[in-house]
Design a protein around this ligand. Structure first.
Ligand code: UGA
Length: 454
């Protein structure tokens, strides 16, 4: 099938490469010329395990092409995915200008029947808005006879596991509009996703607004589990319980399940924070406020500061002269993504209290330098006390404490004896509950986790 994906960002690129891998002829359009030139030369502008091989292989096989030309993209497409960004606006609502601009171009350029698929995370009602914009552009050109159905097919990829998630989906949610154009779109997407439905049907068919809301509901539910466990961990600390034991105890209930119950330093990334705020905005606009989701958000904001509170409780508010080591900067492992990463809040707060911070991340170092410089543009003096180091050991020398912020594999089982010898004060504040408190105690390393019993 001839597929066009508009947007060579995270979702677009993964969708384009994976569909090409499944044998479709894919054109990927992006208006950013530098990005397209890089992709045409076999480079991949984001860090995602396995993506560069997939892009290169399919480009070489002639199944995947990159262009800045929407005309070429629209002409090529039987199915056209919209996977452009929907960044948050000041008030938390999603900015739809890029999505609607693509819709306008499709309406202006289209000369054949087409199925348009909304892959970007968009508020309820966007499918209809995209349909209106396309229909209007077709009407102006006198082309209203063309069938162009707008479908919602939200994306559930996790960064760091995107290819695996795309190739082995738990479910594929598709919302189709009513009427013959919707029926034709359903037919077309059934064919496109047939490889995933061979053994059992994974597609959940519904109407367009339900599919749009499903995406927000899924992310809000997952964020809720995390904030719930983070709040429970605070209580565990107070009552002398261990959140990890509680997690295992409740996760064994099949109705609850084991995933997304890990207490930590708060959720970050480009999705949960943005989508929970956008959902609250949509809900408020419809007079149906989301009380649970707004508590989830508030708990998360506090959780990002939790480790800072642990440091000041131990060392006092004035941290001048303290050397604090940080392991992990990205919002989660296997990505260099620093968007809404807890490390940004923690590091800035420690620097503001006078500490010297030495930080290491296996991948996100240069991205971290960029965003932290931006975050502290108004206080450039703080940055002089921040040192980003190339190795995990380099940050430990003479450190008063080690803060673990991201659970990269390489931090899971360090050489604790060496760590103890390098640090001025062997103390670990484990924001990801990676280590065994009893083992560290036996080694003479002071340890505090999130809701862990020591
Ligand atoms: C999330 C969803 O998991 C995807 O299904 C969805 O498609 C994506 O958002 C999106 O909307 O595009 P992602 O942001 O890549 O994916 O990251 P997750 O792996 O879900 O982690 C999100 C945050 O939650 C991270 O900061 C992580 O550290 C935190 N987390 C996760 C916890 O603190 N505890 C947990 O138990 C799980």
């Amino acid at each position: 099938m001839n597929v066009t994906v508009v947007g060579a960002g995270y979702v677009g690129l993964v969708t384009a490469a994976c569909l090409a891998e499944l044998g479709q002829r894919v054109v990927c359009v992006d208006h950013d010329q530098a990005r397209v030139v890089l992709l045409q030369a076999g480079g991949v502008p984001i860090y995602e395990p396995g993506l560069d091989e997939l892009v290169q292989r399919n480009q070489q096989a002639g199944r995947l092409r990159f262009t800045t030309s929407m005309a070429l993209g629209v002409e090529h497409a039987e199915v056209l995915f919209i996977a452009v960004g929907t960044p948050p606006q000041e008030d938390g609502s999603a900015d739809l200008q890029h999505v609607l601009a693509v819709a306008r171009q499709v309406g202006r350029l289209l000369t054949h029947d087409l199925v348009v698929v909304n892959k970007s995370t968009v508020p309820v009602g966007t499918g209809e808005a995209v349909q209106r914009v396309i229909d209007e552009a077709l009407r102006v050109r006198g082309c209203q006879g063309l069938a162009c159905a707008v479908v919602s097919n939200p994306e559930f990829l996790k960064e760091g596991a995107a290819i695996e998630d795309f190739m082995r989906p738990d479910r594929i949610v598709i919302g189709v509009p009513p009427g013959p154009a919707g029926a034709r779109a359903r037919e077309c997407l059934s064919q496109l996703y047939a490889p995933f439905n061979r053994h059992h049907e994974r597609t959940v068919w519904m109407d367009v607004p339900s599919a749009e809301l499903t995406k927000y509901a899924a992310n809000a539910m997952l964020a809720t589990r995390i904030s719930f466990m983070n709040e429970m961990a605070l209580l565990a600390d107070r009552v002398g319980a261990d959140i990890d034991a509680v997690r295992r105890g409740i996760g064994a209930d099949q109705r609850i399940g084991h995933s997304f119950l890990y207490a930590g330093t708060g959720y970050g990334g480009s999705c949960f924070p943005k989508d929970t705020r956008a959902l609250m905005h949509t809900a408020a606009a419809h007079g149906s406020p989301m009380r649970v989701v707004s508590a989830v958000e508030a708990v998360n904001r506090m959780q990002k500061r939790h480790l800072v509170g642990m440091v000041t409780q131990l060392m006092g508010e004035d941290l001048s002269g303290r050397r604090l080591a940080v392991w992990g900067l990205s919002f989660k492992p296997n990505t260099n993504d620093m968007r809404e990463a807890p490390s940004r809040v923690v590091i800035q707060a420690l620097l503001a209290r006078g500490a010297t911070v030495l930080a290491h991340d296996p991948v996100a170092g240069s991205e971290a330098r960029r965003v932290l410089t931006e975050d502290m543009a108004a206080q450039p003096g703080l940055l002089q006390r921040l040192h980003l180091e190339e190795s995990p050991e380099a940050v430990l020398l003479d450190a008063d404490a080690l803060l673990v912020l991201t659970e990269w594999k390489c931090f899971h089982s360090p050489d604790f004896a060496r760590l103890r010898d390098l640090m001025r004060e062997p103390l670990i504040l484990d924001g990801r509950n990676l280590y065994d408190p009893a083992l560290l105690q036996a080694l003479g390393i002071a340890y505090l986790g999130i809701g862990r019993r020591n």
